[in-house]
Design a protein around this ligand. Structure first.
Ligand code: UDP
Ligand code: MG
Length: 309
């Protein structure tokens, strides 16, 4: 019988043929040095390059390496959900395939977990990404910390460790899109965050287009609370109140000064403001309705085409 792994490392992969050989070699080296039974699970998230061939070779070379393959691209977080279904370790680690987070940091994570934490996150020391990534991510971190109620410095860094029961709880969440670090923190009580180094992406390109990044952030906001919609509601009430006050003010002026017509353009400005708010509100309602629709359709979240176990 196979030995039960102590550590499961999950790697979501989308077109990473250039990074994979180095990643795999470094992962195996680090995990062997730790001296505990391990498994590496690669989730091929619909790659169109040589990734499947490379992954199959890894699997043939090392019995600790498992590969699951989606029929198409479902996104990094869905890939990790797919991996959760197969992970048998006590400690489950997620890591990107692009070597931006060095695999050599894994023992540090494991050591921290062994102190009794349920989730260990990481934050990136001197993050090596463009400001188009770091500024949005700063804002998202602040918002997420609010929504989830757990203050972490870096929700975006996907080198993280979870205890297997936390993963079990996450598997019970059937929503069609989710943001794993935030989800984990809604279940965990003992959470730590350690510093890890970060490198530039050496090979291949980022798999997140601006649109995909925006979608991910919407997932985060609307999945974890009703706060955005409630906030809009409150703004609506506030604006209506201001509108009444303003009407009163105009009425008093009319009595004191008499008719005025120069105010026309001010009115336009106000009108545009209202229209803007209305469209925004509509957009947010649409976002929720869209999500409800996705949930009630009950489509499978992903389809696994092939597994090499
Ligand atoms: N990834 C994935 N599916 C996607 C997008 C990304 O499996 O739809 C993987 C990708 O191969 C990498 C990790 O998720 O292993 C992080 O992606 P990337 O490095 O492009 O993101 P960034 O570092 O730019 O945030
Ligand atoms: Mg990256």
């Amino acid at each position: 019988m196979e030995e039960k792994p102590y550590v499961s490392v999950l790697v979501p992969v989308l077109n990473e043929e250039e990074s994979l050989p180095e990643l795999n070699a470094r992962l195996i080296k680090v995990l062997n040095e730790m001296g505990k039974p391990y498994e590496i699970i690669y989730i091929n998230d619909g790659s169109t390059d040589n990734t499947p061939i490379i992954l199959e070779r890894f699997h043939n070379e090392n019995k600790n390496i498992k590969v699951i393959e989606f029929n198409r691209n479902y996104g990094q977080h869905m890939a990790l959900f797919g991996g959760f279904e197969y992970a048998k370790g006590d400690i489950i680690i997620t890591i990107d395939a692009d070597l931006q987070n060095p695999p050599e940091e894994i023992p540090k994570l494991v050591k921290k977990m062994e102190e009794g934490y349920e989730v260990v996150g990481t934050y990136r020391k001197d993050r090596k990404d463009s400001i188009f990534r770091t500024i949005p991510s700063y804002i998202v971190n602040k918002i997420t910390a609010r929504l989830v109620g757990v203050r972490l410095r870096d929700y975006g860094c996907m080198l993280r460790a979870y205890r297997s029961d936390i993963v079990e709880y996450m598997k019970m969440c059937p929503e069609s899109s989710s943001f794993i670090p935030a989800l984990a923190n809604t279940f965990a009580k003992k959470i730590a965050e350690i510093e890890v180094s970060h490198e530039e992406r050496k090979k291949g390109r980022t798999k997140y287009s601006p649109i995909k990044l925006l979608q991910l952030n919407f997932d985060l906001m609307t999945n974890f609370s009703l706060l955005p919609i409630q906030f809009i509601g409150m703004v609506g009430v506030g604006i209506a109140g201001l509108g009444i006050l303003f009407a009163l003010y105009l009425f008093v002026r009319r009595l004191l000064i008499g008719p005025e017509s120069e105010g026309l353009f001010t009115l336009f400005a106000i009108l545009f403001f209202f229209i803007g708010i209305q469209i925004l509100a509509l957009g947010i309602i649409g976002e929720y309705v869209g999500r409800i629709y996705q949930e009630v359709r009950r489509r499978p979240r992903y389809i696994i085409k092939r597994e090499l176990l």
